[in-house]
Write a protein that binds this ligand. Structure first.
Ligand code: FAD
Length: 293
C-alpha cells in the first residue's frame, strides 16, 4: 500500500517545528521514520502534514551533566550504542542498545522517536522508567519536563501533548563506586521486539551488600514497569537468588500481563520472573567485578 497524501516540511529549527505543531491540523513530527513510515504505508496513520525534525542539529547531542547525561531527541540510536559517555554514565542504556531492532533500524531510528512511540517492548523506554529518567518537551515556546514513570500511559500512548515536540531525555548517573547492570529479553529472533524483558542496575558496598537496586520489566504489561517492591526487599541485604525470585514473583502477581498471538499472559509473567532474576544476578556479578578492579 501507499500512504494517503500528505504535506512534508523539513523544519529549519526547533522554533519553526514547534510553531508548525502548534498550528495543529493533524500534524505529526517525523524523526527517523522507522515506525511512522510503515504505519503510514499501511494507512494505520494518516497525518495531513509531516514535520521532519531529523536534521535539527541542536536536538542531536549526548551531554554530560552534573547528575547524569542529557540526550537530544534526534540522537540516532546507533550513536548511543557506541558512545563512551553513555557507557560510563548510564551503562544500562549502553547494555540494551544492541537489542533495539536491527543495525539498519538503529542507524536511522532516534531516541526521541522510540520514547514518543511508546511501544511496551521498547528497550530505551524500559531503561528510562527503570532508572527514573526525565523527558523534556517543547510546546509552543514553553519547555516542560515529565518523569518517565508518568510519561508512558499504555501501548503507543503517552502524556506528550499532540502539539509538543520531545527535545531531550535526562538519565541519572549512579555515583556509587560499584555499579553493575544486567539485561535479558525473549524474542522470536534476535533484535525483534521482545515478548518479555528485564533490566536491572545494582550498587554494592565494599562488603557485597546491596546499597541500591533498580529493576524494570518490559513487554509484559501495557507500559514498562519499575518494580520498587523488589528494590525495597533486597536493598540492605546480600542478594540471594531464591529470595530475589520470591520477591519478583510477588511483585508480578498482581499485574495484568499482555496476551497476544506471540505469548500468553501466563507465559509473559513466568518469563519476566526468570529474566528479572537473571538480570539481577548479572548486575550483582558485574558490581562485584567492579569491586575487584
Ligand atoms: C523491523 C523493526 C524492528 C524493531 N525492533 C525494535 C525493538 O526491538 N526495540 C525497539 O525499541 N524498537 C524497535 N523498533 C522501532 C525502532 O526503534 C524505531 O526507530 C523507533 O520506534 C521510532 O524511532 P524513529 O526515530 O524512527 O521515529 P519515527 O518513526 O519518525 O516516529 C515514531 C513516532 O514518534 C513520533 N515522534 C518522533 N520523534 C518525536 C519527537 N521528537 N517529539 C514528538 N514525537 C515524536 C512520531 O510522530 C511518530 O508518532 C523496530 C522497528 C522496526 C521497523
Amino acid at each position: 500500500m501507499k500512504p494517503a497524501p500528505f504535506e512534508y516540511v523539513r523544519a529549519a529549527d526547533l522554533d519553526q517545528a514547534c510553531a508548525m505543531l502548534a498550528a495543529g491540523d493533524d500534524t505529526r513530527v517525523i524523526a527517523g521514520g522507522q515506525t511512522l513510515v510503515p504505519l503510514m504505508a499501511m494507512r494505520l496513520a494518516r497525518p495531513k502534514r509531516l514535520i521532519d525534525i531529523a536534521r535539527i542539529s541542536d536536538l542531536a547531542f549526548v551531554r554530560q551533566e552534573r547528575e547524569g547525561i542529557a540526550i537530544g531527541a534526534t540522537t540516532r540510536q546507533c550513536v548511543l550504542e557506541r558512545d563512551a559517555v553513555v557507557r560510563a554514565a548510564v551503562p544500562l542504556l549502553a547494555k540494551v542498545m544492541p537489542f533495539v531492532g536491527h543495525a539498519a533500524i538503529r542507524s536511522r531510528g532516534t531516541v526521541g522517536g522510540s520514547l514518543a512511540n511508546a511501544d511496551p517492548a521498547a528497550e530505551i523506554a524500559l531503561v528510562a522508567v527503570t532508572l527514573g529518567a526525565t523527558l523534556i518537551y517543547r510546546q509552543g515556546t514553553a519547555s516542560e519536563e515529565i518523569a518517565a514513570s508518568d510519561f508512558f500511559l499504555g501501548p503507543m500512548m503517552t502524556a506528550l501533548p499532540a502539539t509538543a515536540c520531545l527535545t531531550a531525555v535526562r538519565f541519572p548517573r549512579w555515583a556509587d563506586a560499584r555499579v553493575g547492570v544486567g539485561f535479558h529479553e525473549v524474542s522470536a529472533r534476535r533484535s525483534d521486539f521482545a515478548f518479555a524483558s528485564a533490566a536491572a542496575q545494582v550498587a554494592l558496598d565494599d562488603s557485597g551488600v546491596c546499597r541500591r537496586l533498580a529493576l524494570g520489566i518490559g513487554a509484559v504489561a501495557a507500559r514498562p514497569l519499575r518494580l520498587d517492591s523488589v528494590a525495597t526487599a533486597l536493598e540492605g541485604t546480600r542478594v540471594e537468588l531464591p529470595v530475589a525470585r520470591a520477591v519478583v514473583r510477588a511483585a508480578l502477581a498482581d499485574i495484568e500481563p499482555l496476551c497476544d498471538l506471540h505469548a500468553s499472559a501466563d507465559y509473559r509473567r513466568r518469563a519476566a520472573t526468570s529474566l528479572a532474576v537473571r538480570a539481577i544476578n548479572d548486575a550483582c556479578r558485574a558490581a562485584e567485578a567492579a569491586h575487584a578492579r
